[in-house]
Ligand binder design. Structure first.
Ligand code: ADP
Ligand code: ZN
Ligand code: MG
Length: 483
């Protein structure tokens, strides 16, 4: 039997708004513990939440970029559960009327396709508990510390339909979503810092036509690598179980990075366990069409559109993807150089090849920290096109420009790297060489073609390597046949 995996992803994106979701506290949680807190985000009795308009703007940006419809009157619900990092004993979230519904994201990679988006809803983050003593888990800890700086920070949850079919696809979706969120400027979008976190729902069935199998939810992966590994592991575990006539238990599992395995956790709560009900502290919200179109009009060019645009300019698709996925300064550099007249294909080649290599070699993280601007790159490419720089000289100029020595022309001149590619100048040198080697020249005229190489060598010597050898060869050949 050939088993088919079915995967749906739930992604939490922490918004980088100034203030929290329902109070005016700074939404920054790297501050001293429990300094960015107030009665609202500490859940003190009588404190009233007020929604953050900028957070709503941002969730709409995300939803519209994901081709969703906007709900006219979205509702905030209370999701009730007890945990020490949740002082109200409920999280304000959304239930049947989330801000955005019914969209999709096109995902590339080796197995491209359209991933349905079921909903995008707004909620608030919890505080952070640190379990002291033991191995960091709550079991075996002596006591726990609570920091409420993160309590109430706006979170957006993006839920896909069960449309993904492999771990690689799940990863590709995650990567595309990160690029999208980054382009929208709504979140720091840094996985290492937990500003994007993935939960994966995985089931296995006997074939594409079979009904969906029982799913397992794997919580809180915060790297693409763990997302892909966890899903791969879970597909293997379930396939093995089902092949042995076993059954999959519906549960929440955790990904253990070191063990490379998912571990059984708690039996999953059904939504009825949370006793969702509309939060009576929050007045109904109305998103009118004008607000929606205002947000729609402010959307930037999205990654997919940008890749297509680069490809239409003649950039190789892999390089277009590298430019869009790379550090943002690289795409900016590329665009600026092209605007100043550089050929798109050559500029993309240089940016994704030599520039990336040179930055890595100099251990520089961002091109924006260097002297390399679009105009310096355009100048460099122009000099190459004019035959003023050999390949190795061009790389040396790039190194100098990155080090802040000046523009390309300036660096090439200062480091004495400009090739003599001026026909008149070269012709003069060639005359000198021919006069110094009359025998060789007459043998060449007699048909000994290999002497072109010898004479070019003499030209290179006389110019200390700075002549354009191709041009010199052509001029010598021309001169010998002219008689
Ligand atoms: P829950 O009630 O557990 O929250 P939902 O139906 O809301 O389940 O779906 C949560 C996520 O699980 C969604 O991303 C959805 O696409 C995915 N999902 C639902 N059923 C399955 C399944 N059988 N296999 C894999 N993923 C699934
Ligand atoms: Zn507060
Ligand atoms: Mg659900």
């Amino acid at each position: 039997m050939s088993w088919e995996a079915v995967i749906g992803l739930e992604t939490h994106v922490e918004l980088s708004t100034e203030s929290k979701m329902f109070c005016g506290c700074p939404a920054r949680f790297e501050s001293e513990p429990n300094t960015n807190v107030c009665p609202v985000c500490l859940g003190l009795p009588g404190a009233l939440p007020v929604p953050n308009r900028e957070a709503i703007n941002r969730i709409m940006r995300i939803g519209l970029a994901l081709n969703c419809s906007i709900t006219r009157q979205p509702v905030f619900h209370r999701k009730n559960y007890f945990y020490a990092d949740l002082p109200k004993n409920y999280q304000i979230s959304q239930f049947d009327l989330p801000v955005c519904v019914d969209g999709f994201l096109e995902v590339g990679g080796t197995d491209p396709g359209r991933v349905g988006i079921e909903r995008v809803h707004q909620e608030e983050d919890t505080g952070k508990s640190t379990h002291m003593g033991g191995d960091g888990r709550i079991s075996g800890a002596e006591y726990s510390l609570l920091d409420f700086n993160r309590s109430g920070v706006p979170l957006v949850e993006i839920v896909t339909r069960p449309d993904l079919r492999s771990a690689a696809q799940a990863r590709a979706y995650g990567q595309e979503l990160k690029l999208l969120v980054e382009a929208l400027g709504v979140s720091d979008a840094r996985l290492e810092e937990g500003s994007i976190r993935f939960d994966a729902n995985v089931s296995v069935r006997s074939g594409p036509e079979a009904p969906l199998g029982t799913k397992v939810e794997i919580k809180n992966m915060n790297s693409f690598r763990s997302l892909e590994r966890a899903v791969t592991y879970e597909i293997g575990r379930q396939t093995h179980l089902l092949s042995q006539e076993g059954t999959v238990v519906m549960e929440t599992r955790h990904w253990d990075e070191e063990a490379g395995a998912t571990r059984g956790g708690r039996v999953k709560e059904g939504s009825s366990d949370y006793r969702y009900f509309p939060d009576p502290d929050l007045v109904p919200m109305e998103i009118d069409p004008a607000w929606e179109s205002h947000i729609r009009a402010s959307l930037p060019e999205l990654p997919a559109a940008r890749r297509t645009r680069y490809e239409q300019m003649g950039v190789d698709p892999t390089m277009a993807a590298t430019l869009v996925a790379g550090e943002s300064g690289l795409a900016g550099l590329f665009e600026e150089a092209v605007n100043l007249g550089a050929g798109p294909s050559q500029a993309a080649n240089w940016v994704t090849g030599e520039v990336v290599a040179a930055l890595r070699k100099a251990s520089i993280n961002s091109v924006t920290e260097t002297g390399l601007t679009g105009s310096a790159l355009a100048e460099l490419l122009e000099m190459i096109g004019q035959g003023k720089l050999s390949g190795s000289a061009a790389r040396e100029v790039l190194t100098g420009v990155i080090a802040g020595e000046g523009g390309s022309g300036q660096v090439a001149a200062a480091r004495d790297l400009i090739q003599i590619s001026d026909t008149e100048m070269l012709a003069e040198v060639i005359e000198e060489v021919l006069a110094a080697h009359p025998d060789e020249f007459s043998r060449l005229q007699g048909g000994e073609q290999k002497l072109v190489g010898f004479l070019v060598g003499q030209v290179m010597r006389r110019t200390r390597g700075k002549a354009d050898p191709k041009l010199a060869g052509a001029l010598i050949a021309e001169r010998s046949s002219a008689r």
